[in-house]
Design a binder for this molecule. Structure first.
Ligand SMILES: *[C@@H]1O[C@H](CO)[C@@H](O)[C@H](O)[C@H]1NC(C)=O
Ligand SMILES: *[C@@H]1O[C@H](CO)[C@@H](O)[C@H](O)[C@H]1NC(C)=O
Length: 167
């Protein structure tokens, strides 16, 4: 009897140890997953560029947004919110950020895409700073997990320029 009780106890201890070990491994595997998303954005056309009666510059772009965000998806990913922003500097603000497009990605299958679109949201400056202005296009994403903390990151694609003249 004594021997049986002792062995059962040892077995239970062993099982609990294994279980704890597996829990640690599975939560680590999520945080150790280092995603490697990629993105390319081309400005296919500057459709028009005007100064509004209010005095603010507005431009209309046609974009080709290609991204592979599949590596952001793990067993613990609920959805990914992505948006593309035009980012530029003005004398007043070191960072002006204007969202041009956004989307919610619900599955890994849809996380690799190429979208040919004009800007979904208006690209308007709070002033008349656009002529010849250099800007970046930045793809931002927010990963919403099933459990745990949300996290965000981005890819900056620098080196775009606004037209020099209104047209
Ligand atoms: C959009 O970009 C992707 C990747 O760079 C390219 O394969 C595709 O041909 C482009 N589409 C257009 C309409 O330029
Ligand atoms: C645009 O990107 C360049 C290079 O990554 C960076 O040095 C610059 O600060 C960015 N501009 C803005 C307004 O974020």
């Amino acid at each position: 009897m004594h021997s049986f009780g002792y062995r059962a106890n040892a077995l239970l201890t062993f099982a609990v140890t294994i279980l704890a070990f597996m829990c640690v491994i599975s939560s680590l595997s999520d945080s150790l997953n280092s995603p490697s998303p990629s993105a390319q954005v081309q400005v296919l056309n500057m459709n028009w560029f005007q100064k509004q009666p209010s005095g603010n510059d507005e431009v209309s772009l046609t974009l080709n947004i290609s991204a592979d965000l599949q590596s952001l998806f793990t067993w613990n990913t609920k959805q990914v919110f992505a948006f593309l922003a035009a980012e530029y500097e003005t004398p007043k603000n070191s960072l002006n950020q204007i969202s041009l497009w956004d989307g919610i990605i619900l599955s890994k299958e849809h996380a690799k895409f190429s979208i040919h679109t004009s800007n979904k949201y208006r690209l308007i400056d709070q002033g008349s700073n656009f002529r010849g202005k250099e800007f970046n296009l930045t793809l931002h994403w927010h990963v919403m997990p099933k459990t745990g903390k949300m996290f965000a990151d981005k890819i900056v694609i620098p080196g775009y320029q606004m037209p020099k003249e209104y047209r």
